[in-house]
Design a protein around this ligand. Structure first.
Ligand SMILES: Cc1cc2nc3c(=O)[nH]c(=O)nc-3n(C[C@H](O)[C@H](O)[C@H](O)COP(=O)(O)OP(=O)(O)OC[C@H]3O[C@@H](n4cnc5c(N)ncnc54)[C@H](O)[C@@H]3O)c2cc1C
Length: 511
């Protein structure tokens, strides 16, 4: 083993995927020292490049990026002239799907989402993994994060104070280790985490191939009696073969002959493949770590939960973990965390993960090539074509309804803060770049201003009227944009005091 790196970092993150990088940004923003150890020598492996690297971003992710000033750095965002949802434009445009059944933009009734303000960022965007990782890595490094590539974590030991991590015959020390090392996470496996869930129904294939007779395949997504195939653009074919996940679990190589046999069987054609350029397999195995923390070891992203990519939620789920964990772990490290703050990472994120796993299982259940599944599929198809149905599915797929069950009487408690726009044209999301909590006071109340000074190291006080205030007078917003307390016109200071004490500590060192 080489001479040790003597620094003790606040946090070592295993994996420079999108979740590890975004978490590193959140921690560094909160003044923590962070080292990322990444197995791959270079960023941007072929499967993260287009078109394999295309990922759908949902509302909570888009809001998180917007609140940290990262959204405008994405080309995909710049390409969209007006990212807000306009039902009148392209009413027949497909804006999402459930088990391959599309829902149309014109059917989604956004007026049912009463707290979504017109100035909110988009509800869904198509992004590129490669670009996301480039933007996150640039941001992380600008905040002082060290990224060491070509170093796979192979082991670690923890005691009450620190974790010693081994990677590439070197060792590194940190107060905390977070496993963001993907679905086959070494941190999860060596950290003694139970990974409970369900076995797969199918093997999925993502391929780039030359097809001799492409006209034999229908365009778009096709659910067949044997599975599903989809040609997103010429030569890029995704297949789902209901083999119980057998091929993915085998050590067999993905050959041209095998892909051709599967594609012929699933599509019910005699299509011929001339060349196989790239191929990878995946499954709908759905598993979730039963706890996200073991001592000084934490998990986030695919390391904590895996499921099929149907409906594309894994990245969103993982970035949601990072947004939730970052400020809580940072406050814990700075000794500015109230009792139980870090535990709330698991209590808030585990149920969200479970919902996503079930959403993916429900889709697989109605895609199976059997009569019962086909019958259920027809019922869902009818429902999704109704206005309420499309609105429900859009709300779930875009994460509009994602919220945490927090104490508090106001219906907005636990929800993402609406993007209030102020008279000067600024919006609340743009005031969250520094990662601090916010006490937002629409009415300029002196008692709130005084209250906020007690927490000034963790909470900024913002006063001013908004164009649309939704009947509210004041809100306490956590660093992740979640409303901890909200009040209509007559507010009780006790509720605010309780909420503030739950998430923040009164100034200790900083003032
Ligand atoms: C075909 C497909 C389509 C998808 N579409 C969508 C979509 O539209 N929307 C969506 O939200 N999600 C989608 N997903 C899921 C999404 O890609 C993942 O959930 C997301 O990449 C998880 O990010 P992560 O950072 O947790 O893990 P990863 O992206 O897997 O990154 C983990 C990193 O850890 C590194 N690593 C692994 N082991 C070690 C080690 N021992 N030491 C150090 N580093 C290590 C890896 O090299 C990698 O860089 C899709 C997935 C697939 C397969």
């Amino acid at each position: 083993m080489k001479a040790q790196d003597q620094s003790t970092y606040d946090v070592i993150i295993s994996g420079a995927g999108p979740v590890g990088l975004f978490l590193a940004c959140e921690l560094a923003l909160a003044k923590c020292s962070v080292l990322i150890l990444e197995k791959a020598e270079a960023p941007n492996t072929p499967l993260k490049q287009l078109p394999f690297g295309i990922r759908g971003l949902s509302a909570p992710t888009i809001e998180a990026l917007y609140r940290r000033g990262l959204l405008e750095q994405l080309e995909v965002h710049k390409r969209i002239k007006n990212p807000h949802l306009h039902a009148k434009e392209g009413a027949q445009r497909q804006v999402g799907h459930f088990a391959g059944i599309p829902f149309l933009e014109g059917n989604v009734d956004t007026s049912q989402w009463e707290y979504r303000l017109p100035g909110s960022p988009a509800t869904s965007l198509i992004s590129e993994m490669q670009e996301l990782e480039t933007v996150f890595a640039r941001r992380a490094e600008s905040l002082g994060v060290e990224i060491k590539r070509g170093l796979a974590i192979t082991g670690f030991q923890q005691n009450a104070d620190e974790v010693t991590v081994e990677a590439g015959h070197q060792s590194f020390k940190a107060k905390w280790l977070v496993g963001c090392d993907g679905s086959r996470s070494v941190v999860r496996k060596l950290g003694g985490f139970e990974f409970a869930g369900t076995e797969p129904e199918f093997t999925g294939y993502t391929t780039r191939i030359d097809i001799a007779d492409p006209e034999k395949l229908k365009p778009g997504r096709n659910v067949t009696e044997r599975g599903m195939y989809m040609q997103s653009q010429p030569g890029y074919v995704v297949i789902q073969d209901f083999d119980g996940g057998a091929f993915h679990s085998s050590d067999k190589p993905i050959t041209l002959e095998h892909v051709q046999e599967v594609l012929r069987r699933v599509s019910g054609t005699d299509v011929t493949i001339n060349a196989l350029h790239t191929a990878t397999t995946w499954t709908d195995r759905a598993r979730q770590a039963t706890t996200y923390r073991n001592g000084k070891i934490l998990l986030a992203g695919d390391a904590a939960h895996i499921h099929s990519p149907l409906g594309g939620q894994g990245l969103n789920l993982g970035l949601g973990d990072a947004m939730n964990l970052g400020w809580k772990l940072a406050a814990t490290i700075r000794e500015e965390a109230p009792e139980g703050l870090l535990d709330s990472y698991y209590t808030e994120r585990y149920p969200i993960g479970t919902q996503v796993l079930d959403w993916s299982r429900a889709q697989v259940a109605i895609m199976k090539p059997d009569p019962g599944a086909r019958a259920l599929n027809a019922v869902i198809r009818d429902l999704i074509n109704t206005r309420d149905g499309a609105t429900y599915f859009a709300g779930r797929v875009w994460g509009i309804h994602t919220h945490y069950r927090l104490n508090g009487n106001h219906p907005l408690t636990g929800h993402s803060v609406p993007n209030f726009e102020f008279e000067d044209g600024s919006a609340i999301g743009e005031l969250m770049h520094d990662g601090k909590g916010i006490l937002l006071d629409f009415d300029g109340n002196d008692s709130l201003k005084t209250f906020a000074t007690e927490y000034s190291s963790q909470i900024s006080y913002i006063s001013g009227s908004a164009k649309e205030q939704l009947g509210l007078s004041a809100l306490l917003i956590r660093p992740d944009g979640i409303i901890a307390w909200a009040s209509d016109k007559s507010f009780d200071l006790n509720g605010l005091e309780e909420a503030a004490a739950r998430w923040f500590v009164i100034n200790s060192k900083s003032i």
